[in-house]
Ligand binder design. Structure first.
Ligand SMILES: [Fe+2]
Ligand SMILES: [Fe+2]
Length: 184
């Protein structure tokens, strides 16, 4: 699998998790209680996977494109700034959800608005990447350049801190799967 195919596969995973998050938020907006355990696990997933794994891989592709002198630098900068925007949105709602769990003070509607905004930004961002960014990378980067990017990513994934991130992610995925099984 090429690095661009890996990115697409990760988008499929992210879209699946976003749909679950959307469903819990819709339940909550409809005045029923969400499955708080699932909501926490999903938010934990979004605190780890996009920022610690997925966006880091894409940043290497951005860098390779800029190095290859593609003209779309403004477009690439925007994608990168959307990563930061999503990171800070996620920080806000993750903190608010923790406050809700600890103090039972409900910033319910601001939380729902923040999570919904996050879902929208993520979905638009990924659709944009699939229609423009991935085709651009495929067109502008040679197989050798793509292999160079994959190698850089691979080197980052074998560090101790990356190993810890994957262990955390495994635990989160197991929790989500168990909670979904219980719901059936
Ligand atoms: Fe991205
Ligand atoms: Fe992406």
């Amino acid at each position: 699998m090429t690095i661009l195919e890996t990115i697409k596969k990760e988008h499929d995973l992210l879209n699946g998790r976003l749909s679950l998050l959307q469903r819990e938020i819709a339940t909550w907006s409809g005045h029923s209680e969400p499955d708080y355990d699932l909501l926490h696990a999903l938010i934990e997933f979004f605190s780890v996977f996009p920022d610690e794994i997925h966006h880091k891989k894409e940043d290497h592709i951005y860098t390779a494109l800029i190095k290859a002198n593609v003209l779309e630098t403004e477009y690439l900068k925007r994608l990168k700034s959307e990563h930061e925007e999503m990171g800070s949105l996620k920080e806000t709602f993750s903190k608010n959800l923790k406050n809700l769990a600890a103090h039972h003070v409900s910033p319910k509607w601001s939380l729902i608005v923040d999570v919904t905004t996050y879902i929208d930004v993520q979905e638009l961002h990924m659709a944009d990447e699939e229609s423009q960014f991935l085709p651009l990378a495929k067109k502008e980067l040679s197989n050798t350049q793509l292999l160079g990017v994959a190698e850089k990513i691979q080197n980052e994934l074998i560090t101790d801190s990356a190993k810890q991130i994957f262990e955390t992610l495994n635990r989160i995925d197991k929790t989500i799967d168990e909670l979904l099984r219980k719901k059936k």
